[in-house]
Design a protein around this ligand. Structure first.
Ligand SMILES: [Ca+2]
Ligand SMILES: [Ca+2]
Length: 333
């Protein structure tokens, strides 16, 4: 079991790339038509009637190994057509093909692996099939398909009971949180409202560095208003309280913290930058209330990946934060 080829003359190699050639990927070359490419037999016994998510990283190169740019808008069998993933089911002598269109509509990037993401719904009817084969094809015949990190899993229904997890740093770790751009995220002693811990993001090398956490867009209600809240304190590189000025310009030395919501994966990346709506002066020795309101617009929910982050203070300033929440506004209920 595993990957095999569709047509004769075609083959699959293991390619090497990335830094130090340490990353390996599959390389499908010698293709003879738009319909040739790597295929994978899916065990029908593993399928249940549910929604599946397909994901892969794909790169195209010419026979000579020159990166090839495809056009996301090109028609099938057009010279510039992009890769297409499909599943072919055999049902009682019949064949049914389902195209898993790439939901990532951003421009193809020539020189690196491009993300391919799609959803597929397994139905009762299809579960009667004798076999299912997944294909990656669609690119021009003389183009090689390089692919990596292929997954095809049941879509997990998100837990929407809380939009922010590990919100108060009291679970002993930094689970659910990540660093955006640069720096280190740790647990600090002395949290907000007399709690034991807070998070600290130090080693920031840019105003854009800050803590981030994913938002499950499926948990947001289109058109509803959400309020974001957090307790924030800032310290300079010597661990001294840092005063920020809410009137300071972006990228200036005294800029305060902002909330950014970034959505990517669909046709374009969108960033929503929201200032603190708390009008009071910054009190550098204590936790400050940060709050902002945003609307879950259709545009915002159209993305595939969504996360929020806190950023804005100059490089070297540590962001200490605690009790982060995103809740639907009372007005919307
Ligand atoms: Ca790899
Ligand atoms: Ca806490």
């Amino acid at each position: 079991m595993g990957w095999s080829v569709t047509s004769s003359g075609e083959y699959i190699n293991i390619g090497h790339g990335g830094e130090d050639n340490a990353d390996m990927f599959f390389e499908n070359a010698g293709r003879t038509s738009y319909d040739s490419g790597p295929k994978y037999v899916i065990d029908m016994a593993c399928f249940v009637n549910n929604v599946y998510e397909f994901e892969a990283k794909i790169k195209l190169v010419s026979k000579e190994g020159i990166p090839f740019i495809c056009d996301m808008d090109a028609a099938r069998k057009d010279r510039l057509s992009c890769p297409l993933v499909s599943i072919e089911f055999a049902i009682g002598g019949d064949k049914q093909v389902f195209e898993l269109d790439n939901m990532i509509a951003t421009k193809w990037i020539t020189n690196r692996f491009n993300r391919y993401y799609s959803k597929f719904t397994m139905t009762e009817e299809l579960s009667a099939a004798e076999s299912a084969v997944l294909f990656i094809d669609g690119a021009a015949p003389d183009i090689s398909i390089l692919f990596d990190e292929v997954t095809f899993n049941q879509h997990k229904i998100p837990d929407c009971s809380s939009l922010v997890t590990n919100e108060g740093a009291e679970n002993g770790g930094i689970a659910s949180w990540n660093v955006f751009f640069s720096g280190n995220l740790k647990i600090a002693e002395g949290g907000a409202n007399g709690s034991e811990h807070a998070f600290v993001h130090d080693g920031r090398t840019s105003y854009t560095s800050g803590p981030k956490q994913n938002i499950d867009a499926e948990c947001l209600v289109e058109g509803a208003e959400y309020s974001f809240k957090a307790k924030v304190k800032l310290e300079d590189e010597n661990g001294k309280p840092f005063f920020c000025n809410k009137e300071a310009e972006w990228k200036s030395g005294f800029h305060c913290i902002i909330l950014s919501i970034k959505v990517s994966g669909a046709s374009e990346t969108k960033i929503l930058n929201l200032a603190n709506e708390n009008p009071s002066l910054w009190r550098e020795t204590e936790f400050n209330d940060f709050y902002a309101v945003f609307t879950a617009t259709k545009e915002l929910l159209a993305g595939i990946d969504m996360f929020f982050m806190l950023r804005g203070p100059r490089a070297g300033v540590s962001i200490i934060f605690d009790e982060v929440s995103i809740e639907i506004s009372e007005a919307a209920l």
